[in-house]
Design a protein around this ligand. Structure first.
Ligand code: LLP
Length: 419
């Protein structure tokens, strides 16, 4: 459930008419609902409630400072994958001891900065990374809390590009090597083993792969404890999918996910960490665009919008579906459009043959489920200004990232003196 609903035939974000925001900000823009963020975060805390837990929001999904601050104030931890995301989380007021640092390629400089600023745990993904972290921490006279990300070789049955838990994926260390690597970690200076980490993929629409992976984690916990390690935390990753269409997609509910977590790892006495991104911010955001032109092609009608693949790349990159709805509730969806942007490549196509109500130049449309992996993946391709972001709470809204002016965009480049 989200808070983008029609009222008197007009799409609202909570109590604000999207048309009013469009008038004030211009299109395209992203709009997020605070109430939806809150609700989705709380679904996870409720689902895990009987267990000691920390919901570490995956910052990569939507890293706007206002979004992070709101979630941080609700008690969220953060999962970061770069020192840039770490700085964002800290700037949003999240303390270091609620931040876990994931990612396959942490540099020594990133490790140093995180240790210096305070960090809950590094999720280490390889032996070379383990050595590097040991060196960095020991040189600083610090102790780095670590969990090893294990690769359980489970197929998450999701899109090829966002599946991360099979042995051919670049993530984690093979489960079969885990005991040796933990033994090595225990011998290295500057490290303290605190738990186990995994993340098998994103947009999972079935609990079975999670269950298979978490069962392996439970077995590994027993084995590592028998080897003498302290395993106090299990970081189970993110990945729970969301419905991108209202019709046929029914991903598992967080409550059922929570019951499965209790069933598989609930009796180990560990603190549970999870790293959901999409489920918290995905349906808490839309991308709003205007129709620039309606163009009749050969046997097809193109709806040319002022939003493009640089603003929302998911359809071009993953063939992803986003529901597209008119802001003024239309009649029946009896017109079929190819929905495209103005960027100069055919990949700039949001949808082909999409049935929609009849639309005209100047009409506003909303892409649903765009709050995760939308603005964060935007670029200035074709010298298009980075799409602005707006946050709504109740009956008011604020611009939380303004559209840059062309002067600001130009000012970032420098022309060498010899030109
Ligand atoms: N933890 C780790 C270590 C991750 O790599 C990810 C996502 C998450 C947590 C959060 O997963 P979520 O709960 O959001 O599924 N750009 C793609 C998604 C990439 C996901 C990458 N990793 C998309 O637009 O679908």
């Amino acid at each position: 459930m989200d808070h983008f609903l029609y009222r008197d035939a007009e799409l609202h974000a909570e109590d604000v008419m999207l048309r009013d925001i469009a008038d004030a900000v211009g299109t395209p823009f992203y709009c997020y609902s605070t109430a939806t963020l809150t609700r989705h975060f709380q679904l996870f805390t409720e689902a895990l409630a009987p267990l000691p837990h920390l919901v570490c929001y995956a910052v990569k999904a939507n890293s706007n400072l206002a979004v992070l601050k709101h979630l941080g104030e609700l008690g969220a931890g953060m999962d970061v994958v770069s020192i840039g995301e770490y700085h964002r989380a800290r700037a949003a007021g999240v303390p270091g001891d609620r931040i876990v640092f994931s990612g396959v390629g942490k540099t020594r400089a990133e490790m140093r900065a995180a240790l210096d600023g305070g960090i809950r745990q590094f999720n280490v993904e390889s032996e070379p990374e383990l050595d590097a972290l040991s060196e960095v921490a020991a040189a600083m006279g610090a102790t780095a809390p670590i969990a090893l990300r294990v690769n359980p070789d489970v197929d998450a049955r999701t899109h090829e590009k966002i599946s991360t838990g099979r042995k051919e994926d670049k993530f984690g260390v093979p489960l079969a090597r885990a005991r040796d690597i933990y033994a090595r970690a225990a011998r290295l200076p500057g490290l303290r083993v605190v738990g186990i980490d995994m993340h098998i993929g994103s947009q999972l629409t079935d609990l079975a792969p999670f269950e298979a992976a978490y069962t392996k984690v439970a077995d590994l916990t027993h084995a590592l404890r028998a080897d003498g390690h302290r395993i106090d935390r299990l970081d189970l990753g993110g990945g729970l999918g969301i419905p991108y269409t209202r019709s046929n997609e029914v991903p598992p509910l967080p409550l059922d996910y929570g019951a499965m977590v209790r069933r598989t790892v609930g009796d180990l006495g560990c603190e549970i960490e999870i790293e959901p991104g999409r489920l918290i911010s995905g349906n808490a955001g839309i991308l709003l665009a205007s129709v620039i032109y309606l163009k009749q092609g050969e046997g097809r009608d193109f709806l040319i919008l002022d939003a493009a693949m640089n603003d929302l790349i998911r359809p071009a990159m993953y063939g992803a579906w986003h529901d597209i709805v008119p802001v003024i509730e239309g009649g029946a969806a009896n017109h079929v459009y190819d929905v495209v942007g103005p960027v100069c490549e055919s990949g700039d196509t949001f949808a082909r043959g999409r049935p929609l109500p009849q639309l005209a130049e100047g009409d506003l449309v909303a892409f649903r489920s765009a709050g995760a992996y939308g603005a964060v993946m935007a670029s200035e391709y074709n010298a298009r200004p980075l799409v602005p972001e707006v946050l709504v709470q109740g009956d008011h809204f604020a611009v939380i990232r303004p559209r840059p002016s062309f002067d600001e965009m130009l000012a970032r480049d420098t022309i060498p003196q010899w030109l």
